[in-house]
Design a protein around this ligand. Structure first.
Ligand code: 5RP
Length: 264
């Protein structure tokens, strides 16, 4: 691997081979999502627990300090919204010059396999990989399902993840599911676990991250289940323990509970 690419990857995937990415990109299609009215204010206290923050360029510019040490994974796809016709109608919305100007350590793009805009989004990934490879910038592909929650099966996610890897993604972000090991086994590049809507209870988040990592994921790219939690710092610290410190869900949950108690 070329030095620049290896160096950028090493900024967001730590020496233990694991990574903790904080997803704060929702505004690009959801508008001012609950708790992300000011994304920088939400992210700032969590940055010390994570290895990178995943954001679109608007949020970066209007809400993050350029002095931050946490690397940026820039969300570079868009063109859709919650109230538009079809969530899968995304394209690359940021130029390569802008990616370099914002000093991104990596970029992220959604790919909607099996959707109306499958071809467009797969080709967008492929072209982005070509462009970014010239500058040693890794591309993270997000296997997006839009509103089609039923797509979150191992069969679908394995197919979507493999398609993304074959187009040159350096990392694939996909959902945790039953038989998750089949998704990881079929994907020749590292897999990070996406979040999704809030879980019913806090332990569930810690448990699915733990289980996903036992089954081969290298880390997570999670949003709402952290920053919509009543104790975001506690959840971030608990997940950091699972991802980087070999903590069991029970050990991590105890720390979360203690931080939640101390916050009150
Ligand atoms: C949206 C995304 C989000 O980054 C991803 O879904 C993670 O956020 P959350 O954990 O809140 O689902 O890629 O397309």
């Amino acid at each position: 691997m070329e030095w620049g690419m290896a160096n950028r990857l090493a900024r967001t995937i730590k020496s233990d081979g694991h990574c903790f990415y904080l997803a704060v990109d929702h505004g690009y299609f959801q508008g001012p999502t609950h708790c992300l009215e000011n994304p920088g204010r939400t992210a700032e206290p969590l940055l010390k627990y994570v290895d990178a923050v995943f954001m679109p360029r608007g949020s970066v510019r209007f809400s993050l300090t350029p002095n931050m040490e946490t690397p940026l994974i820039l969300r570079v796809s868009g063109g859709n919204s919650m109230i538009g016709d079809d969530l899968s109608n995304e394209e690359v919305s940021v130029s390569t010059r802008e990616i370099i100007r914002l000093n991104a350590a990596a970029v992220g793009i959604s790919v909607y396999v099996g959707s109306k805009y499958e071809h467009q989004t797969i080709m967008a990934l492929s072209k982005l990989v070509d462009e970014c490879s010239d500058y040693g910038i890794p591309v993270m592909a997000v296997t997006a399902v839009g509103r089609e929650e039923e797509k979150k099966s191992a069969r679908y996610l394995a197919l979507a993840s493999r398609v993304c890897a074959e187009q040159g993604a350096a990392v694939v972000k996909t959902y945790y599911c039953e038989d998750f090991e089949k998704v990881v086994e079929g994907c020749p590049v590292p897999v990070v676990i996406a979040g999704g809507p809030r879980t019913e209870n806090d332990l569930e988040v810690i448990e699915f991250v733990y289980d996903g990592m036992q089954k081969g994921a290298i880390g997570v790219n999670l949003g709402r289940n952290i920053w919509q939690n009543e104790c975001p710092e506690g959840m971030a610290r608990a997940l950091q323990m699972v991802i980087h410190e070999k903590a069991t869900p029970k050990e991590a949950f105890e720390v979360f509970e203690e931080m939640k108690r101390n916050k009150k």
